[in-house]
Ligand binder design. Structure first.
Ligand SMILES: CSCCC(=O)C(=O)COP(=O)(O)O
Ligand SMILES: [Mg+2]
Length: 239
């Protein structure tokens, strides 16, 4: 069944909405896992890396003398639990950016995604991304895809640093400010009902994305309209 929605801005989740969850949990996590320790040691002078490592130690209650091996053990544990912790996302994003630049990583989207995004953008809708993945990681992931370089499709990127946690209303209010849009002009697509609830609390329109075989395919989306493919979305552009 198709879902009709009017908007000026389309804000998109990545994992489970644009890409299969395995693209993140298998392809990207497996790429980052063996490289975390090497990256931390090779970039210890980079304030972004040093800040992320200090944050890991603080969050995990490690003493300051803790070495790279202990930090990596925490990061691996967070990946195993799929904890979307900001310092982990920062470090993953740096490693993935390097992997995409080397041509060692390629993003594969659900078949309906790229045609829909192109058509929405061509019809005058603004596209933005809100993911737990860092902005650097997001942009890199759009740079090398099975449909080419898609970075030009998106006008804005938001993450847990420049917006906040995805299950909190404040994050969506901050994004609306960043887009210069009213809440009613924005529609958010996500596979996670709790994220949609937070967007609704901020006054946004929402569409749940329940794709076959994905972890939230059978979730309770409550009153959110739901599609299983972007082919079933009819977007009217608010002028
Ligand atoms: C290249 S972006 C990787 C996305 C990521 O790390 C992640 O955890 C996905 O979270 P999302 O909020 O998009 O479900
Ligand atoms: Mg998701």
């Amino acid at each position: 069944m198709s879902v009709q929605v009017a908007a000026r801005w389309v804000v998109l989740d990545i994992e489970g909405t644009l890409t299969a969850t395995s693209q993140v949990h298998v392809v990207l996590y497996d790429y980052a896992r063996p490289r975390l320790g090497l990256w931390i040691d090779a970039h210890s002078d980079d304030p972004v890396v040093a800040g992320a490592v200090a944050q890991v130690k603080a969050d995990a209650g490690l003493g300051e003398p803790a070495g790279t091996a202990e930090v990596v053990a925490v990061l691996h544990g967070w990946m195993d639990a799929d904890r979307k912790a900001t310092p982990l996302k920062t470090l993953q994003g740096l490693i993935w950016s390097d992997g995409y630049a080397r041509g060692e990583l390629t993003t594969d989207y659900f078949a309906d995604v790229v045609p829909a995004l192109r058509s929405w953008r061509d019809r005058g809708l603004g596209l933005a991304v809100f993911s737990s993945g860092s902005v650097a990681g997001q942009i890199a992931s759009f740079s090398n895809t099975t449909s080419g370089d898609l970075r030009g499709l998106f006008a804005h990127h938001f993450d847990t640093v420049n917006a906040g946690p995805k299950r909190e209303r404040d994050s969506y209010e901050k994004i609306a400010d960043g887009l210069g849009a009213t809440a009613a002009e924005i529609v958010f697509f996500s596979d996670v009902p709790a994220e949609l609830d937070a967007a609704t609390a901020a006054g946004w329109r929402t569409v749940g994305v329940a794709r076959a075989g994905e972890p939230f395919a059978d979730a309770d989306f409550g009153t959110h309209p739901v599609v299983s493919t972007f082919d079933d979305v009819e977007l009217e552009v608010i002028a």
